[in-house]
Design a protein. Sequence first.
Length: 237
Amino acid sequence: MSSSGKRVKLSQNFLTDRNVLKNIEKSLPELEGKNVLEIGGGDGKISEIILSKKPDNLSILELDRVYFEILKEKFSKFENVKIFNKSCLDYKIEEDITVSSIPYSLSKDIFKKIVESESIEEGYFIVQKEFGEKITKGSFLPISMYVNIFFETENIFDIKKNSFNPPPKVDSRLLHILRKKSFEKKYDKLWDFLNFLTQNRNRNLNKFFKDLDERKIHTLYLEEILKIYADKYIHSY
């Protein structure tokens, strides 16, 4: 089934707190020479901040048809802005940086796609606070390990739920990621391997890997996971 077939109804929660918007502006680097992807343009407030940083090009994805039309009208005079009425999961990513407020329900799928992209080097994401904590703390979860293997991660600041209209049920966080390892073909089976490890997190290593010790699988460090993956799947590390 294509990603379009799995779509869920996406809630729209727009940032209205001016102080938070100013803090986002302060947190973003200058974007000259960059091609930027924004996932979920919404009402265009984040888009305006991105454009103030003078990127070479900005591609905005907006799945909601109403807001897609609003964004087209709002940025019609900008030759370096392209707006697409589609999901990130159906979009071929070619940009090198992303600044996005992503749907909480699709956070895992979107981050998996960002990891596997050949072009994205850096990202700033507004995410659910709990999700952000799992990523930066390096929790023993497939998506957390997947992101941390390929990116440095940093929580920038928290965003209270009443900063949005309508307010979501939980607080948010601005998360920064910076690529440290390219995603190559040899990692094609890594996601499935991480899922296997987490499903067996409390089993002993030597239950599955005869040449290893009796430690529990969940005690593995990322470098150890990559070493085991390389030995079992790609035989070089």
